[in-house]
Design a protein. Structure first.
Lengths: 572, 365
């Protein structure tokens, strides 16, 4: 048996370390560790709840916006604020823009190099490449000359000996299966997607002033609608958004999905690898009748257990027995011992007990991560695009069912293929297509509202802290691109008394619980074949299929102000 | 090339061999030769510590130059945890190769702060602390760019009580030029602009007293704000989405930090000039300033800043000018000139910094 260490896992957000035991060419055990912590919940305490979104948004710059959304919802939930319909639509449009950008960047820039051999693309025949590209879609950048010029550029790059971001990649590894021509298409679209992604985020810039980290607002959206004013969201701004949504949908339809469906058939074995857990959780999102009307969310809320798609289990963020966090294998102490705590009642004391750096291995029998271990009613749950689609599928959502069945049909794969590394990656693409479509619906509704004279984007009710109760608790639920995300807030005397986040990568990347039950990453790696233990290609394929986001996942909170061993620096 | 003892003939032969190895058509060999003859791209190492990756995300939003062109033609980004193909040992090996081969020549980019509390165990990569990794990489760097507020000033994790003792790069590195490209994140085109400056002019841009490039951080957002005339005229948003908000009046009373924030948001704007926070209806939160997180609550107006001192003045001016503006533009012009006279003679960002005055830049108590 040999121990493989992958640290840093790159092409993710944040700092993730994987240690895996390999026996007879397969992984028999795996340990996932988050190795960076910042302490944002401690920092949030005592501050104005209306400011929390800005702090919380900085939890992650890759899934920017989602923490701001969860935050403003938690405050609105605590104070009983219902935002105007246009604010909900603007938030939905920002949500959709985030999904499209994030999923495309994940596919091409964070995940594709696990499947696409960049150096092998130099051997492609540009004419043949063009034929294949044109058979896949009507995307115009597909001529033989286009691929020839690209190949020349790439050749010069490789021959320069300075491989930059492609240096020391796993090029030539036998696990790469694509023909050279498909590799060349992959590289072409890697570069095109890099150029494209900077466009769709302009939806955030128009409504929120900047990206990354656009502005949000408790009570609505900060921008105003006024068709007769150059200084507000007017017809020009709206037309800009409309064009961005059209262009994004075109890229997803004509580039992303065709590439996904062209690459997947070469890797169908990965539809039988990396399944891991059999429980899936989604909080749901994209309200069509206000955040309070969960039944009319585009992404439904619920849990699927044991891969039983005939039954949806209801999920309630406020249920004290629902979501709980444990620290048996995390570098924290609980005063009450090995119990699970609902986030409203959470406590945390940072207490590092790992090896002194520099270290070779973590002490995986004891505590080994800055991530806590969340459980839903005791179950380890997978969250993310696959979980969202499975919950929607189980809920009988016809749009989702059609999209999933359509993709499975193209790949000639059974529904069970979804429970895998490949299934996770495919789910992200299928979902992108749905979101691109829904974004246009929301856009149309926004225009209709304005046409009908409805231009409010903010409610002033409860803005003034004088109107707040002495104590209030709230939870803000959303779906980050990577999965179920929630913020819990306790407000006392108009200030934040406790603020807690349980985020997608905490669910997926956390260490095992006291009972030895593995979380999603660790479970998914069991049984994964490893061709060469020195080259972790297969490991990162499965880990990347989750779209890790570690800065989000690692946090701490503390309702008693006891920071344990933490020091503060007087000069910073 | 000659200096390295390789003849042109040998070199072309090498290229042909290389081409054959890569399975290229012979016509492509000429291109390989040309690429190898062009100047080597600047080797760059990008380290990630306590951060949220918003700086990396902002960087890939650059529109001029496009980030693909930067990566393929201008620099050799040999290490970045966000984009590089290799993971684990292979990633570390790529970094070590560059540090060794280009000692003293590579550019070091740092995203994130370094936790110095408890011997640095709050951020470890490859089993080593952020501090160890920074010191190692800084030793052979030609210059260092500290991306964003985290690397420049500690950002959100350094806000009170700074549980991990998050520390900016310039406090940990000595004897190397450190360029603080501020903001949370910095504007994409500003990031690209700083890199282009280094490449095209082969020298560090002029910096302000806080190590920020003057080209992008010498103007207050307030002074370059297109809503400034409303401030001067005393026309303010009183509540989000009120009639004044719908007209795009000044956001000062909504807590805008533009008056104490040095950045190019009002000039370059965001995402290739589309908008910036104030244009989209929200005040500036001051993200390019050190300690801005503790300069909150964000929706509380600043107590005072250069120009018109205390906030009560703003109310009075607001009433007076609001009435005067109805009467005619002359009063507006007079008041604008009064304000401007008060500011002449100061060079923002050079001889005075926000926060130098006891009551300046703090929210109203």
């Amino acid at each position: 048996m040999s121990r493989i260490v992958v640290d840093p896992v790159t092409r993710i957000e944040g700092h993730l370390r994987i240690e895996a035991e390999v026996k007879d060419g397969k992984i028999v055990d795996a340990f996932s560790a988050g190795t960076m912590v910042r302490g944002l919940e401690v920092i949030l305490r005592g501050r104005d709840p209306r400011d929390a979104w800005a702090f919380a948004e900085r939890v992650c710059g890759v899934c920017t916006t989602v923490h701001a959304l969860a935050s403003v919802r938690s405050v609105e939930d605590a104070l009983g604020i219902v935002i105007p319909p246009n604010a909900e639509l603007i938030r939905n449009l920002m949500f959709c823009a985030q999904y499209m950008q994030d999923h495309v960047v994940h596919f091409y820039h964070l995940h594709a190099l696990d499947w696409v051999d960049v150096v092998n693309a130099l051997k492609a025949d540009p004419v043949e490449t063009s034929k294949i590209a044109q058979s896949l879609s009507s995307w115009p950048r597909s001529s033989p000359n286009y691929f020839k010029e690209l190949q020349k550029r790439l050749t010069g790059f490789v021959a320069s000996g300075q491989l930059g971001i492609f240096a020391n990649g796993y090029w030539g590894h036998p696990a790469y299966k694509l023909p050279a021509e498909v590799n060349l298409i992959g590289v072409a679209h890697y570069l095109e997607a890099l150029e494209w992604q900077k466009e769709i985020v302009k939806v955030h810039t128009i409504f929120g002033g900047k990206n990354p980290h656009p502005n949000y607002l408790v009570g609505g959206a900060p921008c105003s609608l006024n068709l007769d004013e150059a200084n507000a969201i007017n017809a020009e701004r709206l037309a800009y958004v409309g064009k961005l949504l059209d262009d994004a949908a075109e890229f997803i339809e004509k580039v992303y999905l065709p590439d996904l469906l062209a690459i997947a058939p070469y890797y169908l074995e990965w539809a039988g690898i990396g399944g891991g857990l059999s429980n899936y959780l989604a909080y749901g999102d994209l309200p069509t009748n206000g955040y309070g009307d969960v039944a009319r969310f585009k992404f439904p809320r619920g849990a699927v257990l044991d891969r039983d798609l005939s039954r949806i289990h209801p999920v309630d963020g406020k249920d004290p027995q629902g979501v709980q966090e444990f620290v048996s294998h995390s570098w924290y102490d609980y005063s009450k011992g090995e119990v699970g705590l609902h986030p409203w009642d959470g406590e945390t004391n940072l207490h590092y007990s790992g090896p002194t750096p520099p270290y070779e291995f973590l002490d995986v029998d004891r505590k080994y991560s800055w991530l806590k271990t969340p459980r839903w009613k005791g179950h380890a749950m997978e969250v993310g695009p696959l979980a969202r689609l499975l919950v929607a599928y189980a809920a009988g959502n016809p749009e989702v069912k059609d999209a999933v069945n359509g993709a499975l049909g193209v790949l000639k794969a059974p529904p069970a293929a979804l429970f895998s590394t490949l299934g996770r990656t495919a789910a992200r693409g299928i979902e992108s297509q749905l979101v691109a479509r829904w974004a246009k619906e929301f856009y149309g509704q926004l225009l209709t509202n304005i046409k009908n004279g409805e231009t409010r984007t903010f409610t002033k009710e409860k803005w003034d802290p004088v109107t707040w109760p002495a104590e209030a608790k709230g939870v803000g639920l959303t779906e980050a691109p990577r999965g179920a995300l929630a913020h819990w807030i306790v407000i006392k005397d108009r200030k934040i008394a406790n603020y807690q986040l349980v985020v997608p990568s905490t669910w997926n990347a956390s260490p095992r619980d006291a009972g030895g039950q593995r979380s999603a990453y660790e479970a998914s790696l069991i049984g994964t074949p490893v061709h060469d233990p020195k080259l972790p290609l297969e490991i990162i394929r499965t880990i990347h299929s989750f779209d890790p986001c570690l800065a989000c996942a690692v946090h701490l909170y503390d309702d008693r102000g006891d920071l344990g061993t933490v020091q503060t620096s007087p000069n910073v | 090339m000659q200096a390295r003892g390789v003849s042109r003939r040998d070199f072309v032969k090498f290229c042909a061999w290389m081409g054959a190895m890569l399975g290229l058509e012979s016509s492509a060999v000429a291109d390989v030769t040309k690429a190898l003859e062009t100047k080597r791209r600047l080797p760059v190492i990008w380290l990630h510590f306590q951060e949220c990756t918003c700086c990396s995300e902002s960087f890939i939003r650059a529109s001029h130059p496009l980030v693909a062109d930067i990566l393929l033609d201008k620099i050799s980004l040999d290490y970045t945890e966000t984009l590089m193909a290799a993971s684990g040992e292979q990633a570390e090996a790529a970094k070590q190769d560059t540090m060794k081969k280009y000692h003293g020549e590579y550019l070091l980019l740092v995203e994130g702060s370094v936790p110095t509390g408890d011997d640095g165990i709050y951020c470890c990569i490859g089993g080593r602390t952020a501090k160890q990794l920074l010191e190692e990489a800084a030793a052979g760097a030609k210059a260092i760019i500290a991306w964003g507020n985290c690397a420049s000033a500690g950002c959100v994790q350094a806000a009170k009580p700074n549980p991990t003792a998050a520390t900016p790069i310039h406090k940990l590195v000595a004897g190397k030029p450190v360029i603080n490209v501020q903001g949370c994140p910095p504007i994409a085109e500003v990031m690209a602009g700083v890199v282009v400056h280094l490449l095209a002019f082969d020298r560090i841009p002029q910096l302000d007293a806080l190590g920020r490039p003057k080209a992008f951080y010498s103007r207050r957002v307030h002074d370059s704000c297109y809503r400034r005339p409303y401030y001067d005229a005393g026309l303010y948003v009183e509540s989000f989405d009120d009639e004044n908000a719908k007209r795009g009046y000044c956001l000062y009373k909504m807590g805008c930090r533009g008056p104490t924030t040095y950045n190019s948001c009002g000039i370059i704007k965001w995402n290739n000039g589309v908008s910036y926070p104030i244009q989209s209806g929200h005040g500036c939160i001051g993200c390019s300033e050190a300690g801005f997180w503790d300069n909150s609550p964000f929706y509380q107006r600043l107590a005072g800043f250069p120009g018109f001192g205390i906030e009560t003045t703003a109310d009075q001016i607001g009433m007076a000018v609001g009435a005067a503006a109805v009467a005619g533009a002359a009063a507006h012009a007079v008041l604008t000139n009064i304000r401007k006279r008060g500011e002449i003679g100061r060079h923002p960002g050079e001889d005075e910094e926000p926060g130098d005055r006891p009551d300046e830049g703090k929210p109203q108590a």
